[in-house]
Design a protein around this ligand. Sequence first.
Ligand code: GLN
Length: 485
Amino acid sequence: MKFHDLSIQEMRQKLLAGELTSIELTQQCLQRIKATDSQLNAFITVCEEEALAAAAVADQQLATGSAPLLTGIPIAVKDIFNTLDVRTTCGSKILDNYISPYDATAVAKLREQGAVIVGKLNMDEFAMGSSSENSAAGVVHNPWDLERVPGGSSGGSAAAVASGQVVATLGTDTGGSVRQPASHCGVVGLKPTYGRVSRYGVIAYASSLDQVGPVAGNVADCALMLGVVAGYDPADSTSVDCPVPDYLENLNAGVAGKKIGLPKEYFIDGLDPDIKKAVDAAIETYQQLGAEVVSVTLPHTDYSVACYYLIAMAEASSNLARYDGVRFGLRQDSGDGLIGMYQQTRSAGFGDEVKRRIMLGTYALSSGYYEAYYLKAQKVRTLIRQDFHDVFSQVDFLLTPVAPTPAFKIGEKVNDPLQMYLSDIFTIPTNLAGTCAMSLPCGFSKNELPIGLQLIGKPFAEAEILQAAYAFEQATDWNKRVPEL
Ligand code: GLN
């Protein structure tokens, strides 16, 4: 039995029927990681001992017959989630030796449902990047082509699912970090509405944009994972107190009679022809399934990348001020006083991209520039938000590409930050607007690289885009292909 042939629900059935134990499943998972991770580098930390101990507990619980949803199922999380007793590096040298005294709420919720946490996944340092090349733990490789990036910043989370190392993972999405790697690796990833999932214990990058999201091999597993982590948390004042629906319940509701908007700003000339072809075919599939497709406009889309990078860097510069060599992680001190210690610690601890963003963000927030840059970006953000509000009075959800090209080569864009930032053009607007969106496989390029389709929903309409995604998944078989490793 190959580990990646089973969905979460199939694993659960086998565990409950006693055909498989959690120890066996966890061992298989650990073996698969051992066999493939020298090629992929998807994991920063594998916690074998802790995982096997949790699996033993799960087996006892399964024997009683009353086991919660994820009991005994191996899951991994991006190394941005605080985990009790297992180090959390956030892909940074500055947190190399950091062990959190508590679990992030999303991790606690996985554990409450019995999940076996097998490890912490590689990522761009502090989630800053679109390629998973900016990690102190080294570059992550795309399982479909090891010379290519898996996308970022949750590249490890997507590569681990695509390669069958684990059945599902958690990532975070500030400007596309769940959806773009899901697209590049041929798996399903969802960014929930801002406030849907607690950010407590998730290391902050840009707090007004950050959101936790699941990555899985199919839509139902993604829906199940979302249901586990979603919900109000008094420890996160931005989490929203509205009921969490059962995302699995009406998954097969279909799309007949639904109105799908195609924002014309997302179907631009520079779009890769293979992507255009795959997305056009997806539009046709939706029409065959009974949906109506109309052209719509999100007129401020062009300003999204500039607006996002200003706001994200400004918030990052403020959030990252806490890494000062006193409270967390690395400290370098050659005895030049407090300022000297700060300088040495931060110079040694942060990578180039993080430093670039701290400097740009500090500049945008400094007196004299605040109004011209940060405040202006906030005003533009309101206009972008309004675009989505207007369009959602006309259609049920939007359909777009996830990224303008399939996965690019490692090294191709790393020295050209502007090109790298531009690759987020289709994912960033939804973070600025705060609404939900997901990526699901919709085809392959000529050179066998996965292509993702983005569905963007109204705020808190995760159930609706999951239903639409499920209808597409049932009508096609793009998610059945697996990379050879
Ligand atoms: N690529 C974007 C950035 O670098 C998005 C990253 C993310 O969503 N965490 O900011």
